[in-house]
Design a protein around this ligand. Structure first.
Ligand code: 5GP
Ligand code: ZN
Length: 138
């Protein structure tokens, strides 16, 4: 499964170089070309899925195992103090490459930008929260 216009599919195919740190039959992990911090890594499936909702169940399960493996390596080898795992779906959520990917962003006590992966908060009334709960419940 490949999308010929997709930059990550081109990287998977070896048509565009990448700093690959991990590879198996189903996934590749590479350094982000425009890193938020030292070691910022992208985990991408070798098949093209546009986003989380399109990912098949097996790939979804494996993705978290790959993330765990790389996060563990980051903590041990980079000397980072924490890690953000981020995953964007849709333009409004910040997705710029429409090939599912997980960001692993090592965090350091002396990070210049403390807002990476941060967000502000909103208030909802109890009635609104109940309505949201009903809308989202399975
Ligand atoms: P998104 O904003 O879609 O969640 O993340 C896309 C990420 O892909 C960005 O952090 C961006 O820097 C990275 N990126 C875009 N093009 C390339 C590329 O050609 N190579 C690598 N390694 N990363 C890329
Ligand atoms: Zn793709």
């Amino acid at each position: 499964m490949r999308d010929d216009k997709c930059i990550f599919c081109k990287i998977i195919a070896g048509e565009i170089p990448s700093n690959t740190i991990y590879e198996d039959d189903d996934f590749k992990a590479m350094l982000d070309i425009d890193p938020a911090t030292k070691g910022h890594t992208l985990i991408i499936p070798k098949n093209h899925y546009a986003n989380l909702m399109e990912l098949d169940d097996e790939a979804a399960s494996k993705a978290l195992l790959v993330a765990k493996k790389i996060a563990t390596k980051m903590m041990g080898s980079l000397g980072c103090d924490g890690i953000n795992m981020a995953q964007n779906n849709g333009i409004v959520a910040g997705q710029t490459v429409n090939h599912f990917h997980i960001h692993l962003i090592p965090r350091y006590k002396n990070d210049k930008d403390k807002t990476i992966c941060g967000w502000s908060h909103q208030s909802f009334t109890a009635d609104e929260m109940a309505e949201i709960k009903n809308t989202l419940s399975f």
